[in-house]
Every structure is written in C-alpha cells, then in structure tokens.
Design a binder for this molecule. Structure first.
Ligand code: ADP
Ligand code: MG
Length: 752
C-alpha cells in the first residue's frame, strides 16, 4: 500500500491550488477525493432560476441571452450586463471595470446562445436578482477537449457540482480532482470493503467508485459510484460499532445468575409483593436481562420504552437479581429531582425489603442509598459508607456517583436512566469502579427509529417495551392558540375543574425569569446537575427572534395566583435555580397535593411520576422539540384518570413549528413521533454538529432514508468482525475505522 491518499495537496497540486481548497477543509489527496460532488448539472437541462435564494452561493447551468458593455451613467467606469436564462426566467450577471476595453473579453465569451456554468452569491439590484462578478465556464469552450468529437462528448457529460465557496468555484475543484485522480492505480487506493463483500453485492473497487462520482459519463455511472460509496460509509461505521461491541464482550464480567426457583431472595420477595401484574413486555425483557446477567461477559443492553411503560420495575428486578447474587447496582439519573424520585420509588416498591440491617426490616433486605451533590455532610458520609461497605445493594445518584471518592464493595450492574443525557466518560467512570466490567442497562424513553438506533447505539443490543400497563385512561392533547383569550380562559377553567376533582396540573414554561432572554436562560445548578432550563429549541424556521418573548415561570406563577379561575388553588414553582432542598420540598408538596398547580421549567421533563397529575399545560409549546413535548406529556395520565395536555402555541399555521405541535395533538405513538421528528429535522440535527465540516464521516448516508443500506451493512460488518475481531486481515478497513471515527465523532456517537 502506498500513501498517495495522505499526500498533502500542496505537494500534489502546488500551493496555489491547495490554498483555496484548504479553506474548505480539504488538505490531502484523500480529502479531495472524498469531497464528493453535491449534485450533478445536466448540460442539456437548465437550472430553475426561480428557485435561487438570496444570499446563497450557487452554481447554475444557464444559456446566455445577451451581453452588452456600456459606460456607467453617473460615475466613471464601465459595466457589462449579461442576461442568462433557463427558458421562462432570467437572471442578470454584472461585471464592472475601469473602462469598456477590459470587459470585451467577457462580452465575446458570453455570446448569446452559449451554455455556461455560472457561480456566485445571489444578490438583488433594483428588485431583480443578479450575480455580481460571477465566475463562469462556457460549456464546450473551456473544457480541455482536443477535438470536436471529444468536445461534444465532454459537453454532454453530467457536470459535477462541488460544495464550493467564494474562494474556489466548483469547476476549479473539478480539474484539481482530475489531477490527483487520473494517475491513481488500484494499489494507491486502499479499499475498506473486503473483496468477498464487494463481490457479493456486485460493487466495484473504491478507485472505480471515485472515478464514477468525479468523472461520470452518464447519470447511471455517478449513481453507481455514489451507491457504492454510500454502502462503504455504512459498512465502515457498522464495522466500527461491531468491533467496539466485540471488545466490550471480550472483557470479563462477574456472572450474577438468578436464584433457583423456590429459593428465597429479595427478588422473589419483591415479585410476591408487587401491587400489579407485570406486562408481557416487562416479563419478556426481564427474562432476557436475567439471562444476560447470568453470563460472564458484560451485558450491554439498551431498553427503549414508551413513556410510562414501566421501565423502572424492569431495572429494579435486574438490580435485585444482582443483589441476590452478592453484588451491588448503581442507578444513574440525569437530575437530582429524578434521582431523589427514583430513590423514593424504589424504597416504596421495596417496602420493608429496603430496610436491610434495620430492626423490622425484611430477612433478605438491602438498602437504597441516595447520593447527590447536594447532600449534607452527615447524610453524604452515611451514603458513602453504605456504598463502600456493601450495606446498600442499590445506590441511586446523579453525576455525584462518578466522583472519585465514591467506592463500591462489589459493583455488578450499572443502570443509566434516560441515556440521552449521559456521555461515554460517565459510563466509563462508573465502570472503573468495579473489579470486573459491570453489566450495563441503558434506558431511554425517547423512541429511536430502528436505523438510528443501529447507527447511534450500534454497540448496544436493543429491547423495546411497547405496551403501556393496563388501566390507564389515556391522554388527550389540544393545541391552544396563545392569542385566543376564550381558549386561554378555557384552559384555566379546565385546570380548575381537574383540581376540584382532586387532581393536579403542571404548567411548563421555557424559562425562569421574565426579564432574561430565553436563549441564554442560565444553566442552573451549582452541582452541575441541571440541564433542565434550556428547552431544545428548534429554530430552523428562523422566526423565533421576532416572536413574543417566552413565558417565564416566575411571571406565570404570579399571574395564576391572581387568576380568578384559580382562586383558592395552591400554586407552586419548581426550577433548576432553586436550592436542592427547595426543589425536593416543591416536588413533595406537589406529590402530596398540598400544591395543586406546579409552574415549572422542563425540569419535570423526564421521569417525574405523580399519579394524581392529570393536566399538562405547556407555554410556548411551539418552541419545544417533539420528543421533549412527548416527554412532558408523559407526566400526566399516569393513574386511572384521563390526562389532558394543552399545548399553548404562537406558531403561524404551515410553519414547521405548527406542524410539530399539531403532530403531537394527532398521535401518542412515540415511534411515529420520532419518525416525524426526523423528517422535520435536517440530518445534521439528527446526528449532531459533528456532521458538518471535516470531521464528518457520513457524507452520502442518510440515516432515515437509507435504512436498508444500514441494515445490510450491519449484517455484513458483523460477519467480518466475528471472523476477524482484530481486523488483522482487513488492514484497510481497520485504517478506515481509525480515520473516520475520529475521537470527536466517536465521543459524539456515544453521547447522542
Ligand atoms: P417509565 O417507563 O416512563 O420510566 P415508570 O417506570 O415510571 O415508567 O412507570 C410508570 C408507572 O407505571 C409507575 O407508577 C409504575 O409503578 C407503574 N407500573 C409499572 N409497571 C406496571 C404494571 N405492570 N402495571 C401497572 N402499573 C405499572
Ligand atoms: Mg422512567
């Protein structure tokens, strides 16, 4: 193998060509060959000039209609004005110079009837769109064809249109690509696809594919090349994930098998005491997890479950299996509110079983320790001691669990709740606290379409809880226009009715203080605990700045306390800037019914479980993301009384924001919502910012559209890695993995 691909462009092309390319993040021969055309111009077909957006850098195929040079009227200098057309529409091109002579060259080249490629930033002059000083190339004239025949052939080829910039137009990239591509031989271009895989799918070599996309003779050819390179992206990514899975599985873990049937234990005691029947899904996934835990390699499982599907019990049963087998389990939650609630829930579910070592505790009891950043010194010391001695079989906490002075006697299982808030470092830090690699159960309530799961969580095996336990009355969702006083009044009237019926209501606002701008609403939490103040706004419609300011917790709470509809109703507040003890008190008051309406930030978004809550009012709902609204809605209708979700919106009909809230009102199905969400967002949002710029490794693959490609590549990659886990016989694949999954991106995949 040679290293042609890593050769700097300054060497391959000279510094004059390499300079502008470097501005596009293209530094080596390999980078340039990986700078695929964004699309292809058809020389027989003109670009629709009606579709050009102001301010955009465009490359168009158009026909020259006229070109005239004249002196300027009001000042010195000359102007060449050319008009190009796509048939019905036209666009003007302007060039300026000191005198007409300097413009004659362009005038001659821009002869009426000629076809050209024109590139520049779309501007406007006197109401008409134009390109000022565009770069251009006349088709059939500026190609380096040697005779008429090849000129005709050349002129009919698809025109690769590259992602370009002001400093380098698309057609200057094309010859640069040719310069480096033409002399390459097969051995210069390592192919990460194993021959067997390639042959099975009838795919060409990597070099062939590069020629196909950069120098196609017809549409079929570039499509063939693009398909092959797209498959390659999927394959390399899946191979990387398969390798990571294999590496994790090769680590030893302590087996924590179930106790034999009939043998007493804390899990058996819990099952006997559960106040409800497990759903079929809970039983099935429970069995799967039980088997995973019994193996001497670490479980790596992702449990997806619809909001309210009962993931906590599944996790608790897994934790108790580990406790029965002599180990400990850690449960990580993303916020203090949620950690405290988990500890409460587990203690309630366990009852006397959670009083191990105390008088009156059950025989097989254990203890649930809660460790958060805000504990007082004494409580903290006790929790630390319980974790280190093993007296606490279950340790619940936030990031505080990860700090170095937290020790476990024998950590056997790590459960991460609401995974999307946790990164790889956190997982690793917890892993490092165990003697052998602990088993890992990751839970997420954000439904993830299958292909995204395969791409983003490809190193985890996935189970899904799709049923909601019986006996829930369901949730109705309505969109309430914020500027309709009658509807707003009806909203508070409904809240009143629910409160009078003994129920409770959440009112969610996007920010805390009315006088602080929403976008930089402070990230609260000195403990580094709270992400909760910032809703994940999706501003792709770009209109947010002109809208009314966001409603704020403190302001709305005051309004509701004075609202005639809510006279006599206790209104509380909850947000991330409150001291932890106040947060706990606020949640407890709401849970007990002392407070009936809780005005809160999105701190209640994940996992909060108050069964009497039946109404969720979300202010500025149009500014939240779909999955976040779905999470918020999941906070109500958890008991036997029906839930009501009122999405107060200022979105104009027809905007993506309006579509989001309407979709929420239409369906409760988390998987359907996740799919709509993906359709509404751009790919970059799905996979994150790592997609833009040089670090990007997914250039052609679209996670939503290319589901089949990803599935096939996953199978192929798994087989290759199974046969050759170290990829000793696939050095090109190994190199591609190392190269494409650079640390930044790998970290991102873990975090997404
Ligand atoms: P999530 O999956 O959203 O985390 P939880 O685990 O918080 O859901 O469960 C939601 C509620 O459903 C809890 O109050 C829990 O006690 C209850 N629950 C869980 N499983 C069942 C079941 N099989 N039958 C009835 N209620 C259940
Ligand atoms: Mg939960």
């Amino acid at each position: 193998m040679t290293d042609r691909m890593t050769e700097p462009l300054a060497k391959a092309l000279g510094t004059r060509s390499a300079g502008p390319l470097a501005k596009l993040g293209v530094h080596t021969v390999g980078d340039l060959l990986g700078h695929y055309p964004r699309r292809y111009g058809d020389p027989g077909k003109l670009t629709d000039l009606g579709g050009l957006a102001l301010g955009e850098h465009v490359t168009i195929v158009a026909q020259v209609r006229s070109a005239t040079v004249r002196r300027m009227r009001n000042r010195a200098g000359a102007i060449l004005e050319a008009v190009v057309t796509d048939g019905p529409q036209q666009l003007s091109l302007t060039f300026f110079a000191k005198g007409p002579g300097a413009l004659r060259y362009h005038e001659q080249r821009l002869a009426p009837g000629r076809l050209g490629l024109f590139t520049g930033v779309v501007g406007v002059y006197r109401g008409a769109r134009q390109l000022a000083h565009p770069d251009y190339r006349i088709i059939g004239m500026d190609d380096d064809a040697e005779d008429t025949e090849s000129a005709v052939l050349e002129a009919s080829r698809p025109i690769p249109i590259y992602p370009a910039s002001g400093s380098i137009p698309s057609w200057k990239i094309q010859p640069a690509v040719r310069t480096v591509l033409d002399p390459l031989r097969e051995e210069d271009v390592p192919d990460p696809l194993p021959d067997a895989v390639r042959e099975r799918h009838g795919l060409g070599t990597r070099l062939e594919a590069l020629r196909d996309v950069h120098e196609p003779y017809d549409v079929k050819q570039w499509q063939r090349g693009r398909d092959r390179l797209r498959y390659e992206e999927a394959f390399v990514l899946q191979a990387a994930l398969a390798e990571r899975r294999a590496r994790a599985e090769a680590e030893p873990a302590t087996a924590r098998p179930l106790r034999a049937p009939g043998e007493p234990g804390i899990l058996a005691d819990l099952d006997a005491a559960l106040p409800f029947e497990l759903t079929r899904g809970q039983r099935e996934i429970g069995e799967q997890v039980a088997q995973d835990l019994a193996r001497s390699r670490p479980m790596q499982r992702l449990l997806q479950g619809e909001v309210g599907s009962g993931k906590t019990v599944v996790a608790l049963r897994a934790m108790l299996q580990v406790v029965d087998a002599g180990g400990q389990a850690a449960l990580l939650a993303p916020t203090e509110v949620l950690a405290a609630q988990h500890a409460r829930t587990l203690r309630t579910l366990l009852g006397p079983l959670a009083e191990g070592g105390f008088l009156g505790g059950a025989e097989h009891g254990t203890r649930v320790a809660l460790l958060t950043g805000s504990l007082g010194a004494a409580a903290r010391k006790e929790a630390l001691l319980d974790a280190a001695s093993g007296a606490a079989g279950i340790v619940v906490g936030t990031h505080a669990l990860l700090s170095e002075n937290v020790q476990f006697a024998d950590l056997g299982l790590v459960v991460v709740d609401e995974q999307h808030r946790f990164g790889v470092e956190q997982r690793d830090a917890l892993r490092a606290k165990a003697r052998t690699s602990p088993h890992l159960l990751v839970m997420t309530a954000t439904p993830i379409p299958r292909t995204v799961a395969m791409t983003v969580f490809g190193d985890l095996e996935t189970s899904a809880l799709t049923e909601i336990p019986a006996g829930r009355a369901g949730i109705t969702t309505h969109v309430v226009p914020a500027d309709n006083p009658a509807w707003m009044d009806r909203t508070w009237a409904r809240v009143r009715e629910e409160v009078d019926a003994g129920h409770r209501a959440y009112v969610v606002c996007a920010r805390i203080h009315p006088d602080e701008p929403g976008d930089d609403a402070p990230r609260a939490g000195a403990e580094g605990d709270d992400y909760d103040e910032l809703p994940d706004f999706l501003l792709e419609d770009g209109t947010a700045d002109e809208r009314a300011p966001l409603r704020a917790v403190l302001e709305v709470a005051d309004e509701l306390r004075a609202h005639p509809r809510l006279a006599g109703v206790a209104v509380g507040i909850l947000h991330g800037q409150m001291p932890p003890a106040e947060k706990d008190a606020a949640m407890a008051a709401f849970a007990s019914g002392e407070v009936q309406v809780l005005v809160s930030t999105t701190v209640v978004e994940v996992g909060v479980d108050v069964r009497e809550a039946t109404v969720m009012v979300v202010h500025d709902a149009d500014r939240f993301g779909i999955s976040q609204l779905h999470q918020l809605r999941g906070r109500v209708g958890r008991g036997s009384a029906p839930g009501l979700c009122l999405l107060v919106s200022t979105a104009q009909p027809g905007t993506p924001a309006a579509t989001r809230v309407e979709t929420l009102a239409r369906t409760n199905d988390g998987f359907e919502l996740a799919t709509v969400d993906l359709e509404l967002r751009s790919e970059g949002d799905v996979l994150g910012a790592a997609q833009s710029g040089r670090a990007s490794s997914l250039r052609l693959l679209r996670v939503v559209k290319d589901a089949d490609v990803i599935a096939t590549a996953r199978e192929d990659a798994a087989a290759v890695v199974a046969e050759d886990p170290g990829l000793e016989r696939h050095p090109a694949l190994r190199a591609a993995i190392a190269d494409q999954l650079d640390p930044e991106r790998e970290e991102f995949l873990e975090r997404a």
